[in-house]
Design a protein around this ligand. Structure first.
Ligand code: NAD
Length: 502
């Protein structure tokens, strides 16, 4: 644990000093103890901004999954969490949020070192993660069951009960925030939770396990299994003793998880998957500079490694030329830099595979005839950096116009009418987010209603807080994180019909 975790690092040097003082937990957290993988195997986690090896982390597989599932089931059966008075569960989760707050710099730093995002952005993620735990904790003793409308001869109750064992499988792009979105409502509802962080960003999850133990979350109720998807992730997904899989990640893996559920015990599967989100700019929008700057941030924030990245910019042709110029000007100010410099807007790309993948998409964009307006080349190392890249003249048939790049690559399309914009926006297998910029309230409501998307941002991008559910439609998934809806997803309805004597 870091000594200096309560001090507030402000400068690049402060963050480098804090990074040098960290001691990392690298073992799995199973049945209230930190242990090596049963196999003794480890995997390497690397800082993508420097290429430096951060740690060798326990590489869990099916044997570790089985141990964690056994512990989780036993904890659920004991009822020390599931049947605890809601107000007491609330207190434990509030303690966890307090501990996260006290250690937020260290937690933010772990995510930045592990996956390359700027530390200022990681700090924002911590605020979001802590807010999520607090919100879900505060709701626990405010959610009521129902009394059904019966005649006098009966009393009918609709009770909510926890599901049992929930396995949460999360990605690397917002490691701790995605974790909080899953574990907070699942724990709040009384389940035992097994977390599998991404193999590309396991460190903050293991630190979180230390804090959860300190907060008094009982043995077996929260466990963390670092390791690969095709080993430990798959074992959890196929387990007959896991009642629910909650997943954030790619659509391809989401499809596999549904298959595994069908092959095993029909466990519930909640998926938050990929996106190719349209951001529609109508000529009547106010303040083109401001809109252009938001449109650039919508794709370049977090190096474009964002599920709701505004990766398709649809601009009304009458303003397109001048609008693209403004976007290019805004992009100029969003260049990548040292992730430990609080001034950096973008950081490093998570790993070599993703770096190569993004550059391949850029090459295809050029080959398929899109007009490269800026960026497009990797920045010389050390470290994996790609500058903001903008393509204009993209058509729906082009690969960069359809597929999720998951990098800082913006595809600009032109349109002439509202109808054409809606058709283009909905022409995607995904439906996670959509944005529109206009001052015409009639148009805003007409277009909003017709967009096939889990969330619509009007005159902003990525607005929202804990009160609004987050998730997608079509192949972007079926689950909802955040809000009361999330907590209810992790409970089962039980109907009780009581006959009353006359
Ligand atoms: P990924 O699908 O490769 O991996 C996600 C998680 O699934 C990781 O923990 C991985 O180890 C695990 N996994 C991989 N194969 C598995 C298998 N066979 N069985 C069980 N688990 C397996 O995704 P990623 O590269 O980590 O993240 C990027 C993707 O996540 C993008 O598509 C992005 O859009 C999506 N994402 C979606 C949201 C959302 O809320 N909709 C949020 C963030 C990221």
């Amino acid at each position: 644990m870091s000594q200096s975790t309560n001090e507030s690092p402000r400068t690049r040097d402060d963050w480098h000093t804090l990074a040098g003082s960290l001691s990392l937990e690298t073992r799995a957290f199973i049945d209230d103890v930190f242990v090596d993988a049963v196999s003794g195997e480890t995997f390497t986690t690397v800082n993508p901004a420097t290429g430096e090896v951060l740690a060798e982390v326990a590489s869990c597989d099916a044997a570790d999954a089985e141990a964690a599932v056994t512990s989780a089931r036993a904890a659920f059966a004991r009822g020390g969490w599931a049947r605890l008075a809601p107000a007491k569960r609330k207190k434990a989760l509030q303690r966890l949020a307090d501990l996260m707050e006290a250690n937020k710099h260290e937690l933010a730093l772990l995510d930045t070192l592990d996956m390359g995002k700027p530390v200022s952005s990681s700090l924002g993620d911590m605020a979001g993660a802590i807010a999520c735990i607090r919100y879900q904790a505060e709701c626990i003793d405010k959610l009521y069951g129902e009394v059904a409308p019966t005649g006098e001869d009966a009393l009918a109750l609709v009770l909510r009960e926890p599901l049992g064992v929930v396995a949460a499988i999360v990605p690397w792009n917002f490691p701790l925030m995605m974790t909080a979105w899953k574990i907070a409502p699942a724990l709040a509802a009384g389940n035992s939770v097994i977390l599998k962080p991404s193999e590309k960003s396991p460190l903050s999850a293991l630190r979180l396990a230390q804090l959860a133990r300190e907060a008094g979350i009982p043995t077996g109720v929260f466990q963390v299994l670092p390791g690969f998807g095709h080993t430990v992730g798959k074992a959890l997904a196929l387990s007959m003793e896991v009642d629910c899989l909650t997943f954030t990640g790619s659509t391809a893996v989401g499809k596999l998880l549904m298959q595994y559920a069908g092959e095993s015990n029909l466990k519930r599967v909640y998926l938050e998957c990929g996106g190719k989100s349209p951001n529609i700019v109508f000529a009547d929008c106010k303040d083109l500079d401001k809109v252009a700057s938001h449109a650039a941030a919508a794709i370049f924030h977090n190096q474009g490694e964002v599920c709701i990245a505004g990766s398709r910019l649809l601009v009304e042709n009458s303003i397109r030329e001048e609008f693209v110029e403004r976007v290019l000007k805004a992009a100029e100010t969003m260049q990548p830099g040292d992730p430990l410099d609080p001034e950096s807007f973008m950081g490093a790309i998570v790993d070599e595979t993703q770096h190569r993948r993004i550059l391949d998409y850029i090459r295809q964009g050029v080959e398929e005839g899109a007009r490269l307006r800026t960026g497009g080349q990797a920045i010389d190392g050390p470290g994996l950096f790609i500058p903001p890249t903008v393509f204009d003249g993209v058509t729906p048939a082009m690969t960069i116009g359809r597929e999720e790049v998951f990098g800082p690559v913006l595809a600009v399309f032109g349109f002439d009418s509202e109808e054409e914009a809606i058709t283009m926006a909905n022409d995607s297998v995904y439906g996670l987010a959509a944005g529109l910029w206009s001052q015409d309230i009639d148009r805003i409501m007409r277009v909003t209603r017709r967009l096939q998307s889990g969330q619509v941002f009007v005159n902003n991008w990525a607005g929202g807080d804990q009160t609004t559910p987050f998730g997608g439609v079509k192949q972007s998934g079926n689950g909802r994180d955040k809000s009361l809806h999330a907590q209810q997803e992790y409970s089962e309805l039980k109907s009780v019909w009581i006959s009353l004597a006359p």
